[in-house]
Design a protein around this ligand. Structure first.
Ligand code: SAH
Length: 213
């Protein structure tokens, strides 16, 4: 099942080239994308398409983010090996795996039990060591805070206060905000605790869920 071949490696190298053409510059991010076997995070019927720069459906009506989006959000975090990053929306586990490959200490929250139960063993089998939690990302992970970076991988209707609070001084929060189309927001907290906000382009994500369904 966990089969990674030369053919996959070749396709991954092609994906990395494409991401460079699309403007991704961070070497650690590109290297990680070149290593993570994305085809193993998808249903086998999508295997042939796994290294296209596209989002695909996963369980529970969710999607695995487009590689460009994963790379772009990872780049915006500007994190170094050994730093702590909280991901909201584990989904397929692909973004979490990319951060693990970058040497980041990853914490990831998923609020759909079906996905949480599906993804946890895949990440474990692939050897990615991270802390996964079944819960509500709006609350962050106070028991593990503060974080050097927080990345939200679903479209949020607003910026949850808890996430801003759980940033370290110098920390960065990358969060797509909006309903149909989201603005990628980058919030940075300075050493005095002041928070600054920038907009980093338009994206489309599945919604960050507010109520149990
Ligand atoms: N990072 C994922 C992207 C998955 S799509 C990947 O690389 O595949 C977004 C995910 O956010 C979905 O799995 C969805 O179930 C999850 N999600 C939605 N609302 C959430 C919330 N309030 N807390 C935590 N996870 C949430």
């Amino acid at each position: 099942m966990l089969n990674d071949t030369h053919r996959h490696v070749g396709k991954r190298n092609g994906l990395v080239k494409l991401l460079i053409e699309k403007g991704i510059r961070n070497k650690a991010v590109l290297k990680a994308i070149g290593k993570v076997p994305r085809h193993l995070f998808l249903d086998s019927s999508f295997e042939d398409f796994a290294y296209q720069d596209k989002a695909f459906p996963i369980a529970a009506g969710q999607t695995i983010s487009q590689p460009y989006t994963v790379a772009y959000q990872s780049e915006l975090l500007e994190v170094r090996p050994g730093q702590r990053v909280l991901e909201v929306g584990t989904g397929s586990g692909y973004q979490a795996a990319v951060l693990c490959e970058m040497g980041i200490k990853v914490f990831s929250i998923e609020r759909q039990k079906e996905l949480f139960d599906h993804t946890r063993p895949i990440l474990t089998k692939l050897g990615y060591r991270l802390e996964m939690k079944f819960g509500d990302g709006y609350k962050g992970l106070p028991e593990r805070a503060p974080f050097d970076g927080i990345v939200v991988t679903a479209g949020a209707p607003f910026i949850p206060k808890a996430l801003v609070e759980q940033l370290k001084p110098g920390g960065r929060l990358v969060i797509p905000v909006g309903e149909n189309v989201q603005k990628m927001k980058l919030l940075t907290k300075n050493d005095r605790g002041q928070v600054f906000q920038e907009e980093k382009g338009d994206f489309r994500f599945v919604p960050l869920l507010e109520k149990r369904n």
